[in-house]
Design a protein around this ligand. Structure first.
Ligand code: ATP
Ligand code: MG
Length: 692
């Protein structure tokens, strides 16, 4: 969507022109907060900052991409390319790649994904119970997001279970440091540590940025807040606190991951000169949609009073679709899409002009990833193109993870989890016994498995044959690393990657491991997609926030360095004319003309597992999620419920979500003329201003 520079309302302009100190835009959905950020970037350039001095922090890689696109429209491609548009995580990678050595981290450190972390935890805690390891992972991550290390965790551990988790955390920390590896939480925690304890690094990074902008501020966690604070806490009075945060407490939906609304509350205390700007006009949704959203969120206690109104007419009423079950719901979703397409979007608001309805005008949103599958099937059946967003389905596939392990090993040979996966995929006659002995040896000498390979005393322990195979593997990795360091451009990268797959016999490995040829073929086609995906990045075709901030050509090794971060929330394929399937969480910040919220049932939204009691806080977070969902729609909103729904292997009676009643769909619309309402609001504001 084009962002014409002129189209900002007075409150938005206020936020954009406030350059001298900290600024918080606190406002409801669709009120133009993200638009304030892109326009403020342009304003900061006008005011003399260089593009690379402006850091804009978004919540996901996708949001970063979109912001760069929007910025491009305002400031031109050259400046847009140099802007530092990043997620907290990719910004963290950048700080650590440049200065992690100051914390004892090699520049080629590895980034472990969630599965690796789980493996290390199982290993460190000597536990084969996956559920327990997952609980540790969760607990440890929450601690880290509160800024605690294992000593800190031991001090706050509430019960015996948590004490065990804190002990495992200590071992986990030791292993990570031996592997020269970090996890996702470290990407925020370690840069913060760096800025806190290293005056030189602090000065460097505080000088680097002239203004920091943060979107979706309500979903930052304590450590992210501290990192932001450290970055903008410049010693020079005139340069201190130069940041703009925009957010909406009603859209805070990551409490379960440690995000805290405290960050909103403490901002005015930490920055007494903070300018707080509310925005009240919604530019996204029709009256009916907005009214439903406002009704739902009214069920939550108000942290900040916010009003939200729109100048658009009521538009079409919100549709309720009652379905027999999941399959029926997916069929109805297809019908929803097809009928709106056929009618040319009749009933839509007057915006956007004609031009028909595109596939990309539609989104189907749901609470949990697994709900996507049935929609995928029915859409495919109806030959409607779609993409699944927010889930990590593609990058979570075993074949992709195999290849990522290899790439990581090329970057950092000390990465033991990557070593173990690569050395056994495909199988090369190196068995568990050999690896077990190698592990013992490495543990005794406190070296990584890869280093242990070439130790002189190893053959005595393992026998010549095993050592021969290990050496061959080691030599191959070294050779490949050398080649990966020297590729030039996309074609070259692709050739190398294909050569590598051939060398290790990966295609055959897939066919050997899969009973059905069809399945093996589909996995191999994923592999080829992945090769293309990397090659594109090597060719500089994709502006991806990988922490390198480079859109130039990169070598395979350079792309491999940041692979975990790139794919953490990446999507395969580029924007196309396709229907979006997405979780509600991943839909945050986005908008579509026509939205279907699926599975709006008790137990699904609000989500509740049998094991837990629904606390008031949880319910409020689920309500905010519903609010986020409703406010994604511009013209048409449909909400579907299930009369019967699957629950594990059973089918249970479906009860419509309480949030449906809360939308008050049968209430007569407020027919007040929006212009009257505007007048009233202005009068209220003037009265407030006069009162001081
Ligand atoms: P969310 O809370 O969902 O993230 P937001 O507050 O960031 O929403 P934006 O995405 O910036 O809202 O804006 C919502 C829509 O309204 C966008 O399509 C945007 O282009 C449009 N918009 C914002 N401000 C204006 C304006 N002053 N005039 C016209 N359109 C606007
Ligand atoms: Mg936004």
């Amino acid at each position: 969507m084009a962002d014409a520079p002129a189209s900002l309302n007075p409150a938005q302009l206020d936020a954009v022109h406030h350059l001298a100190g900290p600024c918080l835009v606190l406002a409801g959905a669709g009120s133009g907060k993200t638009r304030v950020i892109t326009h403020k970037i342009a304003r900061l350039l006008q005011a003399g900052l260089k593009p690379k001095q402006i850091a804009a922090i978004t919540f996901t890689n996708k949001a970063a991409q979109e912001m760069r696109e929007r910025a491009k429209g305002l400031v031109g491609p050259r400046a847009a390319k140099e802007l530092v548009i990043a997620t907290f995580h990719s910004l963290g990678v950048r700080l650590l790649r440049e200065d992690g050595q100051r914390l004892g981290l090699k520049p080629q450190f590895s980034i472990l994904d969630s599965d690796d972390v789980l493996g290390v935890l199982r290993d460190a805690g000597g536990c084969s119970d996956n559920a327990l390891a997952k609980r540790w992972q969760w607990t440890i991550s929450l601690w880290k997001n509160q800024g605690l290390d294992s000593d800190g965790a031991a001090a706050v551990a509430k019960d015996a279970d948590e004490q065990v988790a804190a002990r495992v955390m200590k071992l986990y920390e030791e292993r990570l440091s031996a592997y020269q590896a970090v996890d996702f939480d470290d990407l925020i925690g370690l840069p913060l540590k760096l800025l806190r304890k290293d005056a030189e690094a602090r000065a460097k990074w505080q000088d680097a940025f002239g203004h920091v902008l943060v979107d979706e501020y309500q979903d930052t966690n304590a450590v992210q807040y501290e990192l932001l604070k450290a970055l903008v806490d410049h010693p020079d009075e005139r340069r201190r606190g130069l940041f703009t945060a925009v957010g909406d407490d009603d859209q805070s939906i990551y409490g379960w991951r440690g995000a805290t609304i405290e960050n909103l509350k403490r901002l005015p205390t930490d920055w007494p000169n903070l300018k707080v700007i509310p925005l009240e006009q919604n530019y996204r949704s029709t009256g009916s949609i907005l009214r439903a959203a406002n009704h739902v969120i009214a069920g939550n206690p108000k942290l900040f009073q916010k009003k939200l109104w729109s100048e658009f007419g009521d538009g079409e009423p919100v549709r309720l679709i009652a379905c027999d079950g999941e399959e029926h719901e997916a069929e109805r979703a297809v019908g929803f899409i097809q009928s709106l397409r056929a009618s040319g979007g009749a009933g839509a608001d007057s915006r956007g002009g004609g031009g028909g309805v595109k596939w990309s005008d539609f989104a189907i949103l749901y609470r949990a990833n697994h709900m996507a599958r049935i929609f995928e099937q029915k859409l495919r059946g109806a030959q409607i193109p779609y993409k699944v967003s927010g889930g990590q389905s593609f990058f979570d596939r075993a074949e992709i993870k195999d290849l990522c392990a290899w790439l990581r090993l090329l970057v950092n040979q000390d990465d033991d989890p990557a070593f173990l996966r690569a050395v056994t995929t495909p199988k090369r006659g190196i068995g568990h016994t050999t690896l077990g002995k190698l592990g013992e040896f490495a543990g005794k000498w406190k070296v990584s498995l890869f280093e242990a390979l070439f130790a002189e005393s190893l053959p005595a322990q393992l026998g010549a044959k095993a050592v021969g195979s290990l050496h061959e593997f080691g030599r191959y990795v070294n050779e490949l690393e050398h080649k990966a360091r020297h590729t030039s451009g996309g074609e070259d990268a692709k050739a190398l990657l294909l050569e590598w797959l051939k060398d290790i016999g990966y295609e055959q490995h897939l066919y050997d491991g899969e009973d059905s040829e069809k399945l093996a073929a589909s996995r191999w086609s994923n592999v080829l997609d992945f090769v293309d995906w990397i090659a594109k990045r090597c060719g500089g075709q994709i502006t991806q926030d990988s922490g390198n901030f480079e859109t130039e050509r990169q070598t395979v090794l350079q792309v491999a360095q940041t692979i975990s971060v790139i794919i953490s929330l990446a999507e395969r394929g580029d924007e196309q004319d396709v229907v979006t399937l997405s979780t509600l969480h991943a839909a945050k910040g986005l908008e579509w003309p026509h939205v279907l919220l699926a599975g709006i049932n008790e137990g699904l939204l609000p989500f509740k597992s049998d094991a837990e009691d629904m606390t008031v806080e949880r319910l409020e977070e689920e309500r905010r999620l519903m609010y986020v969902g409703i406010t994604r729609a511009r013209s048409t909103l449909a909400v579907s419920t299930l009369k019967r729904r699957k629950k594990g292997r059973d089918t249970v009676v479906g009860i419509p979500s309480r949030f449906i009643a809360e939308m008050k769909l049968d209430e007569a619309p407020n027919r007040e003329d929006p212009r009257e309402r505007l007048k009233k609001l202005r009068a209220e504001l003037a009265a407030k201003a006069a009162a001081g």
